[in-house]
Design a protein around this ligand. Structure first.
Ligand code: S3P
Length: 432
């Protein structure tokens, strides 16, 4: 599927974004191991979160719908009924990494977990190593640790582990395994990554303590809860960026997650001169949420340092786009992790934005962008990566003529209906 987007005059309006993908994955997985019935309101309809639901159902967890909510009946202490099952995590590394952590801690369970072509290229040694230190038995398909993974559950022992790469998925895989391990499990981070797992574990009654970048869990059972999923900040970032770069625009996004470990993009955009206003809501239900209004802004270049990256990891391609419209030279350093996402997002961003007329070069662990440049419409190739496809669609709003974006169907991985969202705000979009 392809999407053509025309240069836009201005975007205007108030809109909601789909529910948060990261929080939805955790809500489904932690509910699946809770003691009782959990209700999730606003579970993400993304294909990634559908993969998580399919996997937990295959593991014997009853999932049903009640109106707009999901009801998940946790298996609790007895664990999953899982021997010789193959799970398919699709495009979702969060599904694969977190579920591997859970299954690894269940003595008697044995699963194979696989995924699509992109997921089979993603690095898994980062979870295999700490989970094996805890006593898990996980066999990857090759020496570099690629999936499919065969995970055999065992009685685990807690560890004290410092993450060598900043990754909330790895941290979460270790913490969920720690819920059934003997003794304490501690994860230390050099840079704090998104803390959705920690917040949800605490909300569900787990024994968890945190001291800045160090988090410890002890063996715990999780109580049944009701979870309200806020809008996805990473999805909102596309619409915020659209307002910032399209002259005359003003967009308000309501009920979006504003967890500070996720909103690094806002701090970086603010340094670039972005104009936005946040209204925090009172009813936060363990995750801060609120509305953000953003307007067209004159942007200036910024220096993105390695320590800025973790909290804006999924938004770095958007920062590159903003930088192409900002006065001066923007450098992005310490973003090498982007090469291990659904695609190599450093080369994909640079290749596509350069095609559109940006002055951008690739470095080993980042990019250098000189702005401002007038972008021009052309054909772009997002490498089956949802985040690149949507970033190019935002770039297309200010590119002369029209832009043809390939692989459009992949936007369903995180933001089903992205084309309707931007067209409701005034963009001229055609699906071909
Ligand atoms: C995610 C964490 C990040 C992010 C991904 C979702 C999560 O990955 O890029 O889109 O839900 O924990 P890493 O933890 O591998 O950096």
């Amino acid at each position: 599927m392809r999407c053509s987007v025309k240069k836009s005059e201005f975007l205007y309006g108030k809109i909601k974004v789909p529910p948060d993908k990261s929080i939805s994955h955790r809500a489904a997985i932690l509910s699946a191991i809770s003691e009782g019935k959990c209700i999730i309101r606003g579970y993400s309809q993304s294909s990634d979160c559908a993969s998580t639901l399919e996997c937990i159902q295959k593991l014997g967890v009853p999932v049903s719908k009640k109106g707009e909510s999901l009801v998940i009946e946790g298996v609790g202490r007895k664990g999953f009924n899982a021997e010789g099952i193959t799970l398919n995590a699709g495009n979702s590394a969060t599904t694969m990494r977190l579920l591997s952590g859970v299954v690894a801690s269940m003595e008697g369970a044995e699963i194979t977990i696989t995924g699509d072509e992109s997921l089979l290229r993603r690095p898994m040694m980062r979870i295999i190593k700490p989970l094996s230190m805890m006593g898990a038995r996980i066999v990857p398909s090759d020496e570099s640790g690629h999936p499919p993974l065969v995970v055999r559950g065992a009685n685990l022992k807690g560890i004290d582990y410092t993450l060598p790469v900043a990754s909330a998925q790895v941290k979460s895989a270790i913490l969920v395994a720690g819920l059934r391990a003997e003794g304490k499990t501690t994860v230390r981070e050099k840079v704090k990554t998104r803390d959705h797992t920690e917040r949800m574990l605490r909300y569900m009654g787990a024994k968890i303590s945190e001291d800045r970048n160090v988090v410890t869990v002890e063996p715990s059972t999780l109580r049944s809860v009701e979870i309200d999923v806020p809008g996805d900040f990473s999805s909102a970032a596309y619409l915020i960026s659209a307002a910032l770069i399209t002259p005359g625009s003003s967009i308000e996004i309501s009920d979006v997650g504003l967890n500070p470990t996720r909103t690094g993009f806002l701090r970086l955009a603010q340094k670039m001169g972005a104009r936005f206003w946040i209204n925090l809501s009172d009813s936060e239900n363990f995750e801060p949420r609120g509305s953000i209004k953003s307007e067209y802004s004159k942007l200036r270049a910024v220096e993105i340092r390695p320590e800025d990256v973790a909290r804006a990891i999924d938004e770095i391609p958007l920062i590159a786009l903003l930088a192409s419209q900002a006065a001066g030279v923007t450098t992005i350093r310490g973003a090498g992790e982007l090469r291990y996402k659904e695609s190599d997002r450093i080369s994909g961003t640079v290749e596509g934005l350069r095609r559109m007329g940006a002055d951008i070069v690739e470095t080993d662990d980042g990019m250098v962008i000189r702005g401002p440049s007038q972008l021009k419409g052309c054909e772009v190739f997002p490498q089956k990566d949802h985040r690149l496809a949507m970033m190019f669609a935002v770039a297309a709003l200010i590119a002369e003529g029209s832009t043809l974006i390939n692989d459009w169907e992949w936007t369903r991985v995180s933001f089903p209906g992205f084309e309707s969202a931007i067209s409701a705000l005034g963009a001229v979009v055609n699906i071909i």
